[in-house]
Design a protein around this ligand. Sequence first.
Ligand SMILES: [Zn+2]
Length: 79
Amino acid sequence: MSRLLFFLAVAMFVVWLVRQRLGINRKPSAPPPPAPSSASSKHMVACLHCHVHVPMHDAVRGVRGHYCSEAHRQLAEDR
Ligand SMILES: [Zn+2]
């Protein structure tokens, strides 16, 4: 009889352990906040020609604004 009680205690402990582990991953259903951009180079700019967003450091600078590529800067005749 004491073996049965011991087994029950172990079983309850295992169940409790599993619930604790599941509880770690269970969070309120809020979406994760957008990761704060660590570097200012992550700043996005929109191409004036096709409106695609590109990182600032990858953008081609024109007189009027930024472009995703040299080709679009030329297409926009921004020199
Ligand atoms: Zn573009």
